[in-house]
Design a protein around this ligand. Structure first.
Ligand SMILES: [Mn+2]
Length: 320
């Protein structure tokens, strides 16, 4: 029996399900767990959906959001636990306890590092998102993808593809999106909520961070800074301001954008982004960090923020 048939058998024969994703859930997590929650309800199953801590309010428009349960609401036993968009058990945080409570674990994920911790593992590192994988699973198993379920899956895919602009977006992704749109979802509204909408405090934070902008090396390198004091003054989380480092990178003629973020006293996390040719991984590696050619990061301790900035600029100069 292939894994899809096994999955079909589990869904047909079992009645009590739990669905969960990683801590600090993102749009793919939220869309995935709520799509499956709604699907299992449509199939007249008992299903509990869990998020550790507070589910992000940004996703409150999704059906089922207000039925999400917390870690103190576990049943003693579930026949089947679905773990979605989660590379390993530890990323479940306090929801890890659910693993012990379930007879069967189904692990559906697209992280290349997935540890295959389930009894059934559907892992596809080429999929843009778990939402994309779930669409194919539902379609293959002939489940009815209602408008409500389509809203959840669209949210997943838009989130993990950065609004269809990351390189994980494939023609298959877009064919799935076309099918989701055909269910009658208000896709412009969802896209706007996920990609463009910001909180007032997020915009205030963005404004403070932008005001620290400096350029170096004939405008090829731009730095911005985020301090703990800015976060406190704006009462905002970093997420609320969007991908801050992109503010520096996206300036015309800038090749390397850098965000220097205060983590603790004399401890800073540095994010590097390059546009076309500069390998930022090299500089991150110099400081014990890592990453990719166009996106990398590291942590620097026991130095002042200005010292770090001039040191990094010098390193970039050396690397050419
Ligand atoms: Mn994901």
């Amino acid at each position: 029996m292939n894994r899809l048939d096994e999955l079909k058998k589990i869904i047909d024969s079992y009645n009590d399900f739990a669905v969960v994703s990683h801590t600090s859930p993102d749009g793919d997590s939220m869309g995935s767990i709520l799509s499956l929650y709604n699907l299992l309800l449509d199939l007249n199953k008992n299903v509990d959906v869990f998020v550790e801590g507070q589910a992000p309010n940004k996703f409150s428009f999704l059906n089922g959001f207000y039925n999400i349960k917390n870690v103190n609401q576990f049943n003693n036993k579930y026949e089947c636990l679905f773990v979605l968009d989660c590379g390993d058990e530890d990323r479940l945080g306090d929801c890890k306890e659910l693993i012990e409570k379930a007879d069967i674990i189904v692990n559906i994920d697209h992280h290349i590092t997935n540890t295959n911790f389930g009894n059934i593992n559907l892992v596809d590192s080429k999929a843009s998102s778990v939402g994309e994988m779930l669409y194919e699973i539902y379609a293959n198993l002939d489940f009815n993808i209602t408008r409500i379920i389509a809203e959840c899956l669209y949210t997943s895919i838009v989130s993990d593809t950065g609004g269809f602009k990351f390189s994980n977006t494939s023609s298959k992704t877009m064919k799935i999106i076309a099918n989701l749109i055909d269910t009658g979802i208000n896709f412009t509204n969802i896209y706007y909520r996920i990609i463009d909408l910001k909180t007032l405090n997020g915009i205030k934070l963005m404004s403070k961070v932008t005001s620290t902008l400096k350029t170096y090396l004939d405008g090829k390198v731009a730095t911005i800074k985020l301090t703990k004091q800015m976060l406190e003054e704006c009462e905002a989380t970093e997420d609320e301001a969007g991908e801050l480092v992109n503010i520096a990178r996206d300036i015309e003629n800038v090749e390397v954008g850098i965000l220097i973020k205060e983590i603790d006293l004399d401890t800073y996390k540095i994010s590097f982004r390059s546009k076309d040719y500069f390998d930022v991984k090299d500089i991150a590696l110099k400081y014990g960090g890592g990453g990719h050619i166009k996106a990398a990061g590291c942590t620097i301790k026991n130095k002042k923020i200005d010292e770090i900035e001039s040191e990094i600029i010098n390193e970039i100069k050396k690397l050419g």
